[in-house]
Design a protein around this ligand. Structure first.
Ligand code: ASP
Length: 329
């Protein structure tokens, strides 16, 4: 990553890492895609970078204070789900029929516990529901009506579907439909906007989570990679925790999140090597746009993408902070 001062801030926290203090690390993304300076006002870019900065600092503070990784992943993702800036929770993209169908997943690297929901329409926080599937059901993935029923039984806050509405995503659907009707095959809102967080907590646990509205104009109950364990999300204490964003079909076919961890476990690659191989070689060759954020057991982080930009932030075990939006940040 090249350094541009405005959005890439390198900060060395004052408290040095001591032998008694276990390492912590956190990385997050708010989606990858055609995120370019020319397509954004400075005010918009500032709103994103400020949000990312505050979120990463808060997540890091919680980890330092000894919070468990699961809580931090859920807290920070909920912050992003509640913000209309991102394609998750409020601000989720529209389906072809003008609805919102939300997907999320979470995984804990100690025992490989995982939970996921797909195609939910009235659950305010899909990531919290994914965690409940992991902790309070015998299953890993629940979908649509059944997932909603489980949410109601678990006392989850329901919201009317218009809670997720935003004008910006409505316009994206209209543009998508116009292009389709003109016989073009548009790349659907290539700013993606899925959110994800990966952490190493003070207990040495790696946890990752991802939440999304999917892709603009999706139909027929399409489900992307975000709720698919091994594709959009993966965590294993033996290697790394990964959350992905991008064109989900490619991420499913190439089991992207698991592949990064598997390369570390089986081929002895470093986190950055593994991330680079999968995102910049395997996916590029296949034509799959997107990126990943990841944390390993030593607290190294990777923020790797093959698109013009990715909303991203991290603080590694040495306390180095990175916040970026564009490719050259
Ligand atoms: N990966 C998501 C999906 O395919 C989209 C995104 O990352 O924004 O559903």
């Amino acid at each position: 990553m090249r350094g541009r001062l405005f959005f890439l801030l390198l900060t060395f926290f004052t408290s040095p890492i001591s032998a008694e203090e276990p390492p912590v690390a956190i990385a997050l993304h708010g989606g990858a895609g055609t995120i370019e300076r020319a397509r954004m006002t400075p005010e918009q870019a500032m709103a994103y970078s400020r949000f990312l900065d505050e979120a990463i600092v808060e997540g890091h503070r919680q980890l330092k204070a000894g919070a468990v990784g699961l809580d931090v992943v859920v807290n920070i993702i909920q912050r992003m789900e509640d913000s209309p800036l991102f394609n998750a929770g409020r601000g989720a993209v529209y389906t072809w029929e003008g609805h919102h169908e939300l997907d999320a997943s979470i995984m804990h690297g100690a025992e490989l516990d995982a939970g996921a929901v797909a195609g939910v329409t009235t659950v305010k926080s899909p990531i919290a529901l994914a965690r409940a599937v992991m902790e309070r059901s015998p299953h890993v993935m629940l979908a649509s009506r059944g997932a909603e029923q489980f949410a109601a039984e678990q006392g989850f806050e329901g919201v009317p579907e218009d809670y997720f509405d935003t004008e910006r995503r409505q316009k994206a659907l209209e543009a998508y439909k116009r292009a389709r009707q003109a016989g073009l095959s548009p790349k659907p809102d290539y700013k993606f906007g899925t959110v994800g967080v990966a952490v190493l907590d003070t207990m040495g646990n790696l946890v990752a989570g991802t939440s999304t509205g999917g892709m603009t104009g999706k139909r027929w109950g399409r489900i992307g990679d975000a709720p698919v364990i091994g594709a959009g999300t993966y965590a294993n204490n033996a290697s790394c925790a990964v959350s992905a964003t991008g064109h989900g079909e490619y991420f499913i076919r190439h089991t992207v999140a698991r592949d990064v961890c598997a390369r570390m476990e089986l081929a002895g690659e470093s986190l950055s090597q593994a991330a680079d191989e999968v995102v910049n070689k395997t996916l590029v060759k296949a034509g799959g746009d997107g990126g990943i954020i990841a944390v390993d057991a030593k607290g190294n982080v990777a923020l790797t993408f093959n698109t013009p930009g990715m909303y991203r932030a991290s603080i590694n075990a040495s306390g180095e902070k990175v916040v970026g939006i564009f490719g050259d940040d």
